[in-house]
Design a protein around this ligand. Structure first.
Ligand code: IPE
Ligand code: IPE
Ligand code: MG
Length: 255
């Protein structure tokens, strides 16, 4: 083989390895779920009240949702308030609920125009009635949109969700043999939706905090030190890039 010919062969084999590596990338996640944590620390670092952190956190939603859409994501699930967050001081809880109301008032029309379908995951009970009404209106108003499904987990707990599913199955008289994993999935708040591919947690905490404990069984986790109000489109791109390099085996072996 001449030198040029052998070089050509070498280059061809190198570029085929490169394209094989590229082929091995996972497709972008279809469903991303986010534990939006670190608002309090963000505020503390600036000597601001915790609520200022929550306000900055809600203001961050617009750019992250837009970025998700640009990445071709079809479902976004946001952890906004857990069943455990009621343990916080009343002032913070009330402030948070008020912020969520303002968020719906301000953003609903824009979300609707962008084709976002809003859903609620969690128990409506205990949410202040004014906010409940706004949530129900937002769900109704956006129900036929198909660009992006936005699940808002509010007064959400993974354990409460499983308990609620079991109660409904019993109330509807399901027989033991009817209760399969598929039936369970249908009775969860996320009924009809695929499980999250990627769960992001901001602000560096390595725990699940009762979020999507059923649906996340085989999700890929990405944890970043970045605090939620600072988590921008670049950070999202980083998370997706990490995800795409993962190998999902679901208990099997490498393909
Ligand atoms: C997340 O931010 C928002 C909610 C839980 C409502 P935090 O309020 O938990 O912020 P940190 O963890 O105290 O920094
Ligand atoms: C999880 O964050 C809940 C939300 C982001 C809404 P927390 O800040 O409540 O979680 P823990 O208490 O640190 O586990
Ligand atoms: Mg927190």
């Amino acid at each position: 083989m001449t030198l040029t010919a052998s070089l050509k062969t070498r280059i061809a084999s190198l570029s085929s390895t490169a394209s094989a590596e590229k082929d091995a990338l996972l497709p972008p996640p279809q469903h991303i779920a986010i534990i939006m944590d670190g608002n309090g620390r963000w505020a503390k670092a600036r000597n601001l009240p915790r609520l200022a952190g929550h306000r900055a956190g809600t203001e961050n939603l617009r750019r992250v949702l837009r970025a998700c859409k640009n990445h071709g994501v079809k479902i976004v699930t946001l952890y906004a308030f857990s069943t455990e967050n009621w343990r916080r001081p009343a002032e913070e809880v009330e402030g948070l609920m008020k912020l969520l109301e303002t968020y719906i008032d301000r953003e609903l029309e824009a979300l609707h125009r962008e084709g976002v379908q809003i859903r609620h995951l969690g128990r409506l009970e205990r949410i202040p009635p004014a906010l409940q009404r706004k949530i129900q209106h937002a769900i109704e108003y956006t129900r036929n949109n198909t660009e992006l499904i936005l699940n808002v987990a509010l007064n959400y707990g993974g354990r409460a969700e499983i308990v609620d599913a079991a109660r409904r199955m019993l109330a509807e008289g399901l027989r033991p043999e009817d209760v399969t994993e598929a039936t369970f999935s249908r009775y969860l708040y996320t009924t009809g939706l695929p499980d999250p591919d990627l769960i992001i947690r901001t602000s560096g905490e390595y725990r699940v905090s009762n979020f999507l404990i059923w649906q996340g069984a085989y999700a890929e986790y990405y944890i970043t030190e970045v605090l939620w109000p600072d988590f921008d489109e670049k950070e999202l791109a980083k998370a997706i890039e990490h995800y795409r390099r993962r190998e999902r085996r679901f208990g099997g072996l490498k393909a």
